[in-house]
Design a protein around this ligand. Structure first.
Ligand code: EPU
Length: 419
């Protein structure tokens, strides 16, 4: 038996939707809690997603005490044990790689399986390893598990060859407990990096410059308990805003930090979508006449790669051809074949997708990754007839309470069991 999402398309959506805490922050904040050797760390506002559950269970594998209820996680890692983590759980999500930086910082030794996660083409972690090695760790691959060992971690100057969210956060985690000063250059500037640095500083770390191109860290010997509320998920917000632009009548998306979504807003306005942007919410009004747009995904604050799939269905409604070029993950186009099954006129040529005006029609489709999954949900809601989405574990990894949130907006959507 497999759970699938079944959608009867064609309803116009209206009302309010509340954005949950940021997945890509949560998946780094949870590993960071294991670095506190004194006191409890409390994380508030966590999203209700399977990636959170998996990481909490990895903490428990290290004999760490945790309690998760009402989106609040309390962690007491005082008696944490350094146990090897070469298991299926590590391989079920990409962000398990943050266990490396956190465990290396606290224990100076880690044995862990290879990270998994969405298949977006090649996703190397060479920059993470380069950073750990620069801090003094020896990294080897033994029978598929990574072994990271350091006599001691010593601060270093590291210039990343690639701007990487994961490498920036991972090396920041380890360096916060290295001896002396680390300077990280050519780092990513995503809001989630600032969120992680904020928690670490509350725990007693000394990190400056998160959110800029250079991060300076004075290492400390130990970290303590702290309490932190996670930032709202800008990608979930952008996903619902894109959905509302395509099939909303008037939808208010609440708990948004508008500064995090400027690249999306600017493209939507260029397409003719009417947005009313307030301090922490956005009202989206659908426009009858939409214009095509051209966009390129880029590192923050450019147009997020995580939003190119959710914005695609909207562009079928424009009166001419739009073009999306993917520069972060050039192979992140596995949703295109699925959209074609839904009658979409869309082509993938040389790292770009050309989206022609189309009327979608419901059928069986397969989610290849998290954001492709949300793209198919929007397409299903727009389409005539019934759409059944398979492989929905990808969607459940990252969209908190998705069925409930969409039902509240008036969508005809449900989970059903299939043979
Ligand atoms: N890269 C390398 N070497 C490395 C690391 C990255 O060459 O050591 C390359 C990647 O192959 C990619 C680019 O650098 O072409 C950027 O990758 P990055 O490391 O920034 O990605 P990530 O940290 O693995 C996070 C998010 C992704 C999001 C990307 C880009 C998390 C857990 N994941 O991945 O989120 O697409 O940044 O913004 O934070 C999602 O939420 O659906 C998702 C996939």
């Amino acid at each position: 038996m497999e759970e699938v999402i079944q959608i009867n398309g064609g309803n116009t959506l209206s009302g309010e939707v509340y954005v949950s805490g940021a997945k890509n922050s949560a998946v780094a904040l949870i590993p960071a809690t294991l670095m506190a050797s004194n006191g409890e760390v409390t994380l508030k506002g966590l999203p209700n997603i399977s990636d959170v559950e998996t990481l909490v269970s990895l903490l428990e594998d290290l004999e760490i005490k945790t309690s998760l209820s009402n989106n609040t996680l309390t962690v007491n890692a005082e008696n944490a044990e350094n146990i090897p983590l070469p298991n299926e759980k590590v391989e079920s999500l990409r962000a398990s790689y943050y266990m490396m930086g956190a465990m290396l910082g606290r224990f100076k030794k880690v044995v862990i399986g290879q990270p998994g996660g969405c298949h977006l083409g090649p996703r190397p972690i060479d920059q993470h390893i380069k950073g750990f090695e620069a801090l003094g760790a020896e990294v080897t691959n033994e029978h598929g598990a990574l072994h990271l060992v350091a006599e001691e971690l010593v601060g270093a100057k590291i210039f990343f060859d690639v701007v990487s969210v994961g490498a920036t956060i991972n090396v920041m985690l380890a360096a916060s407990m290295a001896k002396g000063r680390t300077v990280l250059e050519n780092v990513a500037r995503e809001p989630e990096i600032i969120d992680v640095a904020t928690l670490l500083n509350k725990m007693g770390a000394n990190i400056k410059g998160a959110g800029t191109e250079t991060i300076r860290i004075e290492g400390v010997e130990s970290l303590n308990g702290a309490s932190h509320t996670i930032i709202p998920d800008r990608i979930e917000a952008g996903s619902y805003i894109s959905l509302a632009a395509a099939i909303g009548d008037e939808v208010k998306v609440k708990n948004v930090i508008p500064e995090h979504l400027e690249a999306l807003f600017s493209k939507l306005e260029e397409a003719g979508v009417e947005l009313e942007i307030d301090d922490d919410d956005v009202i989206v009004r659908r426009s009858e006449k939409l214009k095509p747009v051209q966009l390129k995904t880029q590192v923050y604050p450019g147009f997020a790669t995580d939003l190119q799939q959710p914005i695609t269905p909207l562009l079928f409604l424009a009166d001419d051809t739009s073009k999306i070029t993917e520069t972060v993950y050039p192979a992140r186009f596995r949703h295109i074949d699925e959209l074609r099954r839904m009658n979409a006129n869309v082509e993938n040529k040389g790292g770009s997708v050309f989206i022609h005006p189309s009327t979608l029609s419901g059928t069986d489709v397969y989610a290849s990754d998290l954001r492709a999954g949300f793209c198919l949900v929007i397409a299903g809601l727009m389409a005539e007839g019934t759409t059944t989405i398979y492989n929905i574990h990808h969607i459940m990894r990252g969209y908190s309470n998705i069925i409930k949130k969409l039902e509240q907006l008036g969508a005809d959507i449900k989970l059903v069991e299939r043979e």
